[in-house]
Design a protein around this ligand. Structure first.
Ligand code: DON
Length: 311
């Protein structure tokens, strides 16, 4: 990545301006309503936190408000499974962008039960199923939470059980996906175990400050705990760049140029490898299920800093 990092003071002033600009625009999008517990969140909220390689944290807006990380948890479950079984996971899930929605079942039939990548729901369910092998759902969840708490150096990170239950009640598409995986022999554990664990990992709640800190290990920042090897971090980065925003991944790479992972709670984890870990939250979504104001803010931040994995 070319050029120097902005000073923390310059970055802080920029984030304050950006937060004001986002509120002035008022272009919030629509909150996810297929999980009833998320449908009640006020879309007109915005928070951002940027952890720089020198350890300084700059933030603006609602950066300390907790939100449901949803699919961003898939980055951390993948890190856990790579730590557990390494390359073997790639026998059960691919590494190609899907070009379809996060909950699509289309490719699963064509590709005989091997999901395209670990970030679409079908792929994340396989990763979670692998984490369950030889463990109870409680232990598998503890492993993911433990990894995140270590990464963030913060024990005050928890699961919002009301959100998990809300998804459990309405998660028919995920139920369909898991049963489909099972029919192709790509599920090792009981359907309800895989689903229950997945719904709970998606219901982890974090603020932007906590998520930016947890992202240190993915961004390879100095001082991050040694719980993910640099090679694995690079590979997770590659998957975030190519698959992190589902059918909007190409556009995000084109406009922002940094690996990122979105969640339907409106969160975004973005990494500038070796330079910064960035968390953005705004709960209103665009048509592809990614945060509307969050994606706009990511673009503005990339323009301001000049950060891009393409030089
Ligand atoms: O599986 C689901 O539908 C949710 N728990 C997570 C989906 C999600 O966050 C997709 N990301 N944009």
């Amino acid at each position: 990545m070319a050029g120097a990092n902005p000073t923390p003071e310059a970055l802080q002033a920029f984030l304050d301006r950006l937060s004001a600009e986002i509120h002035e625009r008022g272009d919030w999008g629509k909150v996810a309503d297929y999980i009833p517990e998320l449908a009640d969140v006020d879309p007109a909220q915005f928070g951002i936190a940027v952890l720089l390689a020198d350890g300084s944290m700059c933030s603006a807006g609602a950066a300390r408000v907790g939100f449901s990380v949803q699919s961003i948890s898939k980055v951390f479950s993948l890190a856990c499974v790579l730590g557990r079984i390494g390359e073997q996971i790639w026998q059960r899930v691919g590494r190609e962008p899907s070009g379809s929605r996060f909950d699509s079942i289309l490719l699963l039939e064509l590709e005989k039960g091997i999901p395209r990548n670990p970030f679409i729901n079908a792929g994340a369910l396989v990763v979670t199923d692998e984490l369950l092998t030889g463990r109870t759902p409680r232990d598998a969840l503890s492993e993911i939470i433990h990894f995140i708490r270590l990464a963030a150096d913060d024990d005050d990170i928890h699961i919002d059980r009301a959100v998990a239950m809300s998804e459990q009640d309405t998660g028919d598409r995920n139920r369909a996906l898991v049963n489909y995986l099972k029919s192709y022999g790509n599920l090792k554990n009981p359907v309800d175990y895989a689903l229950g664990t997945y719904f709970h990992q998606c219901a982890i709640e974090m603020s932007c400050i906590q998520l930016a800190r947890a992202g240190r290990v993915i961004a390879g920042l100095p001082g991050a705990p040694a719980i993910l090897s640099p090679t694995r971090a690079r590979r997770i980065n590659a998957l975030m760049l190519t698959c992190g925003h589902y059918d909007e991944s190409g556009d995000f790479a084109f406009r922002v140029g940094l690996p990122g992972k979105s969640g339907v709670g409106g969160g975004l984890l973005i990494v500038a490898p070796g330079r910064a870990s960035i968390a953005i939250w705004s709960p209103g979504l665009n048509d592809t299920g990614n945060s509307r104001a969050g994606t706009f803010a990511a673009r503005r931040l990339a323009e301001f800093t000049g950060w891009s994995v393409f030089g």
